[in-house]
Design a protein around this ligand. Structure first.
Ligand SMILES: [Fe+2]
Ligand SMILES: [Fe+2]
Length: 469
């Protein structure tokens, strides 16, 4: 098959003028499409989905909209516009010119960071591949597929960097990104959060709220990178990422709204009565929140990290919104970090993971506060809250410590005895799964979630966003 790559791969990297890169992508693209067919959304290859496609980097009109079969989606390659004479904004190399090629001494580190970021993108598509069968509405089904195709595009973005800047080992890494699979016993995805199954829509909404938000913070850190093509790629990906988090915000908000409606109608906060009415009781929502928040916190890495210090010092990875800080060198400062052994005064550069995690936690909290306000406004006492960052960690100072959601060490026996109060139990998962029945009539919505307040791209909420084949 002859493919017109100018037509098929929208780009602003002058793909037509780069024969080597074009050949590499011609080789990789059929493998990507095979992967999409095997590991992407199951059974929806023929459906017409109303999708946004990135077609330029103009902030005012960077996407086009229309009905597309997902295998025909035009996965493009876009870098944000270059900043003329950009210099690095932090670390020991602050003020020196950004790198347009990979510096030899940073080649291995940059490749690893790009591969780790790239690995999460197809991983999430794999995690979500069965969700299409139980979508609560066509609106939600469209949202899922929009997130999926854009994570596919983020993979393209990372594969572009590997092919264009890392030669033969970059090409091998690009192949490996399609060979690892989420949850696979032999070749799992790199980060454990991306091996967790997402088998219900409550998990999907919490994943997009918490884990795509981690993605935002990682992209913001890499958008500061001295390696300019990486920085520009990440800056453009952030435009799409905002939508993924909105899917999570709106999804959880609609779950809370529907549950409050049932609580008011039945005049009860009792989980059993609410479950019998077919809605997600708030303590169950809290347990799902605890799970995805704690799992996503691990993605920021250890509180004390010599790698993080080296990334910062050498200009490879900055802090999100580096421009908002006063000190961009951070040679002297320190951060007090709580560990089970007491507070540690950590040199600021070594505490960069924790600095970013704290900014992330603040960002996460705003939505949780709004949901709690909805509950308060409805006249109920229950409040949703983020658990302590010490709770249920598998990486860093608090890894595998038996700490309750308030952050208090409780000992292993007590923790195990109370685990099901804090994290989704098998019974919770079975209940939530029992709610997952597909609703496919335009404008109709499953009983466990409120209808969306408005449609997509100024279309009505009852538009047929997915035409099933
Ligand atoms: Fe992404
Ligand atoms: Fe995302």
């Amino acid at each position: 098959m002859v493919i017109d790559y100018q037509e098929r791969i929208p780009n602003n990297i002058d793909l037509a003028g780069n024969a080597t890169l074009q050949r590499a992508l011609e080789h990789w693209q059929p493998r990507f499409l095979d992967w999409w067919r095997d590991m992407g959304p199951s059974d929806f290859l023929e459906a017409d989905v109303y999708l946004r496609t990135a077609t330029s980097v103009d902030a005012k009109g960077w996407a086009s909209w229309g009905a597309v079969k997902m295998p025909d989606y035009r996965w493009g390659i876009f870098l944000a516009e270059p900043e003329p004479d950009r210099t690095i904004g932090f670390g020991d190399v602050m003020g020196t010119p950004a790198w347009q090629q990979v510096p030899g001494e940073h080649r291995t580190t940059l490749r690893r960071l790009i591969v780790t970021q790239g690995d999460t993108e197809p991983a999430s598509v794999e995690q979500q591949r069965l969700l299409g069968h139980t979508a609560p509405s066509l609106y939600d089904l469209r949202s899922l597929f929009q997130v999926n195709v854009e994570e596919g595009r983020h993979l393209w973005a990372m594969v572009y960097l590997l092919h264009a800047y890392f030669g033969r080992d970059g090409r091998e890494e690009a192949e490996a990104l399609l060979a690892r699979h989420s949850g696979d016993a032999d070749q799992p995805r790199i980060l454990s959060t991306f091996n967790e199954p997402i088998e219900d829509w409550l998990s999907f909404f919490l994943f997009t709220y918490f884990t795509d938000r981690d993605g935002k913070f990682q992209l913001m850190s890499l958008a500061e990178s001295g390696f300019d093509p990486l920085a520009r790629t990440c800056r453009f990906m952030l435009m799409e990422e905002a939508h993924h988090m909105m899917v999570g915000v709106n999804g959880v908000t609609r779950v809370v709204a529907r549950t409050l409606e049932a609580m008011k109608a039945l005049k009860t906060e009792e989980p059993d009565k609410l479950r019998a009415a077919g809605v997600v009781d708030l303590p169950t929502l809290q347990r799902y929140l605890n799970f995805w928040f704690s799992s996503s916190l691990d993605l920021f890495g250890a509180e004390v990290s010599s790698n993080a210090a080296a990334y910062f010092a050498t200009g490879i990875k900055g802090r999100p919104d580096e421009g908002h800080y006063d000190d961009h060198v951070c040679r002297d400062g320190a951060l007090a970090v709580e560990t089970p052994e007491g507070a540690l005064n950590v040199p600021l550069r070594n505490a960069m993971n924790e600095v970013t995690r704290q900014a992330y936690i603040k960002d996460c909290d705003s939505g949780v506060q709004r949901w709690s306000k909805m509950i308060a406004d409805a006249g109920f006492a229950f409040r949703l809250a983020l658990p302590s960052p010490r709770f249920h960690r598998t990486i860093g100072a608090w890894a595998n410590r038996f700490v309750d959601p308030s952050g208090k060490p409780v000992g292993e026996a007590a923790w195990q005895a109370r685990r099901d109060e804090w994290l989704p139990s098998a019974a919770d998962r079975a209940f939530v799964k029992s709610l997952m029945r597909p609703v496919t009539a335009p404008g109709k919505v499953a009983g466990w979630i409120a209808a969306p307040e408005r449609g997509v791209n100024r279309l009505p909420a009852d538009y047929e966003y997915v035409r099933l084949a």
